[in-house]
Design a protein around this ligand. Structure first.
Ligand SMILES: [Zn+2]
Ligand SMILES: [Zn+2]
Ligand SMILES: [Zn+2]
Length: 465
């Protein structure tokens, strides 16, 4: 078969014919088009900002949560942000004036920029006067691949400036620097815009005929062999719990601590009841997937914090000795028999809500933890920690972290026991090297740096304390 290549000029009649056929099918003539346009009777195309407002209302909360900041960027731009990484321009990043408006670098406001070219990350932005205005005013149909790429570039600049600012603060404290490319922001813009275009394609009023976001570059994901966090990353994650605006950082801290210590699955925390905490022997009974039951060592500190949390946020106190405040029960009171807790009540709770009874008294209503908390917590962590985002961090990573440590420090057999992996692979070595409970308790001590009573009898290698 031979193919002939037509010139543009030769194609014109074919295009015209196709167009006329489409017009005819739509019940219009070329003259109709002209008269409608002259009379100003053609409907306005919907602007990106207007359509995005509709998308926001209809989007599932999860998507709105993840894409929200990128939709803001697309509609409103980043007019306070310059593309310069010099000390002065970084100095205003993330700061606000007394009216709550984001601070802009001095060169931007004065309209003259003396910043050196080498401070600009993107070669086509070489002055602080160049700002990103967004695509809010454009009709969605007029948005091109280039517009999406521009948004990506600015989102990347913002992410990198955030990291450069953090690195400056870390450097001042003598802490390790992060090498960050801002590529997750590039990916987020693409996905956030694609979400909008997918919906626009279903709405004829937008005139959108292609998802241009999908034509924009998709950065390659880094390959991550190990899912365990580094020590620095864990410190970052720990920081993020307290600094990223969660409504109950104490609960989030307890969740992360609990999973780090016990390598429990989510279900293990949600199903954990007061009766599952063995306060004397310092173990926790974990009931997880397929109703598998395990006992795992736990520190006195964590048990103490969990009991304190449950007493404060739940309804767990069954009885107290006279003179003891039921809302201030400690592990010691329980162990000494000065208080009894209800074994059937959960351990983890959201903040209790206040409800007024018919007789006017106000009672606190407990709300046990649900899986949702994990989603919002890890969503937040991923939004604030790009490395977590890039490795698709999830709660289960905390188990890998402990598992890796125990395997390196104590060997395979003990790691297998600590991780509570079953012997289903007929691992014959384990018949000879099976870990004893006191060895697992010792591994637990090494991992968390906290004592466990059972570890006393464990074998120690020379030099171990
Ligand atoms: Zn500058
Ligand atoms: Zn400048
Ligand atoms: Zn600047």
């Amino acid at each position: 078969m031979t193919t002939t290549t037509l010139t543009d000029e030769e194609r014109r009649p074919f295009r015209a014919q196709l167009f006329l056929e489409q017009l005819e099918a739509a019940g219009l003539s070329p003259a109709d088009l002209v008269s409608l346009q002259v009379a100003g009777a053609l409907p306005d195309r919907v602007s990106s900002a207007d359509f995005l407002a509709k998308v926001r209302v209809a989007a599932p909360p999860g998507s709105a949560h993840v894409y929200g900041t990128y939709w803001d960027l697309l509609t409103e731009g980043l007019t306070h942000l310059c593309g310069c990484f010099c000390e002065e321009c970084l100095g205003v990043f993330g700061r606000f004036d007394p009216d709550g408006e984001p601070l802009s670098c001095p060169c931007g406001t004065e309209g003259c920029c003396g910043c050196a070219k080498r401070h600009f990350f993107h070669p086509d932005v070489a002055s602080c006067a160049v700002r990103y205005e967004g695509i809010g005013d454009k009709t969605l149909a007029a948005v091109t691949r280039l517009d999406i790429e521009t948004a990506q570039r600015w989102a990347q600049t913002r992410a990198q400036k955030r990291w450069a600012t953090r690195n400056n603060q870390r450097a001042a404290r003598g802490r390790a620097q992060f090498d960050h490319t801002g590529k997750s922001a590039v990916e987020h813009v693409r996905r956030a815009a694609s979400f909008v275009f997918t919906r626009a394609l279903e709405d004829p009023s937008t005139g959108v005929r292609a998802n241009v976001a999908l034509q924009a570059p998709e950065p390659a994901r880094p390959t991550s062999a190990s899912r365990a966090y580094t020590e620095v990353q864990l410190a970052e994650l720990w920081d993020a719990i307290f600094t990223t605006g969660g409504d109950d950082p104490e609960l989030d801290m307890l969740i992360v601590w609990f999973h780090l210590e016990t390598r429990a699955r989510r279900g293990g925390a949600i199903r954990l009841s007061i009766g599952d905490l063995d306060l004397g022997q310092r173990y926790a009974k974990l009931v997880e997937k397929n109703d598998k039951v395990d006992w795992q060592p736990m520190s006195a500190e964590l048990q103490r914090s969990l009991i304190g949390h449950a007493v404060e946020s739940g309804d767990v106190v069954a009885w107290t000795a006279p003179g003891l405040d039921p809302r201030a029960i400690t592990v010691d009171d329980v162990v000494a028999g000065r208080a009894r807790l209800r074994p059937d009540q959960p351990v983890f709770y959201y903040r209790p809500s206040k409800e007024q009874r018919a007789d006017g008294t106000v009672v606190l209503v407990p709300h046990p933890l649900t899986r949702r908390r994990y989603n919002t917590l890890w969503d937040r962590i991923c939004r604030h920690l790009p490395w977590a985002d890039q490795m698709h961090a999830r709660p289960h990573d905390l188990c890998k972290l402990g598992g890796e440590f125990v395997e390196r420090a104590c060997g395979y057999a003990i790691a297998k026991a600590w991780l509570r992996h079953r012997d289903r692979d007929r691992d014959t070595t384990l018949l000879y090297t099976k870990a004893r409970p006191e060895e697992v308790a010792r591994a637990f001590e090494l991992l968390g740096g906290r004592n466990h009573p059972l570890a006393e009898g464990a074998l120690r290698t020379p030099g171990q304390k």
